[in-house]
Design a binder for this molecule. Structure first.
Ligand code: NI
Length: 172
């Protein structure tokens, strides 16, 4: 396993639409292992492949609160089958939008069809944090970030802040 660099906004790659995976093989499993390790090391609860620059429809997630009881989840080619009309609100952040948070409304429940780590077809009924997290990650596959749901002004302020941080960054 290897820890990869997480891309941050603004970055054109994050706006790319990811491609479906034809089959879950060794290469995809290695990618999922790397993504999970990268996510854990950044203290995130979800990560999409495009966040490490790979435009494949793959997501890893772990929303368990207990450090000692990890519950990794893997979603390949996820598709939302049903969405609730009811919304729930969480204060969201994103590893690709560092240190920025905003309240976002999303459908409270959803049903997701996907392939798991072994390439088996699964259907998951998700609610609460899990449903929100899946929807946030699936947005990444379409090149959408949570800040896209904010007003133009708020969004541009955040991007400006992030760009400024970037120009101050040096690698020596
Ligand atoms: Ni994110």
């Amino acid at each position: 396993m290897a820890i990869k660099t997480i891309l941050t906004e603004p970055n054109k790659l994050l706006r790319q639409i990811s491609k479906s995976v034809e089959k879950v093989g060794k290469e995809e499993q290695r990618l999922m292992d790397d993504m999970l390790e990268t996510m854990y090391s950044a203290n995130g609860i979800g990560l999409a492949a495009i966040q490490i620059g790979i435009p494949k429809r793959i997501i890893v997630m772990d929303i368990s609160k207990d450090e000692n009881k990890k519950e990794p989840r893997y979603f390949v080619n996820p598709v939302i089958k049903n969405k609730d009309k009811l919304k729930s609100t969480y204060e969201e952040g994103c590893l690709s939008v560092p240190n920025q948070f905003a309240e976002i409304d999303r459908p409270k429940n959803c049903e997701v069809e996907y392939l798991d780590y072994s390439g088996e077809k699964k259907l998951l009924k998700a609610e609460g944090l899990l449903a929100t997290c899946i929807q946030h990650e699936m947005d990444h596959l379409e090149g959408i970030l949570f800040i896209d749901y904010l007003s133009k002004l708020k969004k541009s302020m955040i991007i400006k802040k992030l760009s400024k941080n970037k120009s101050n960054r040096i690698v020596v």
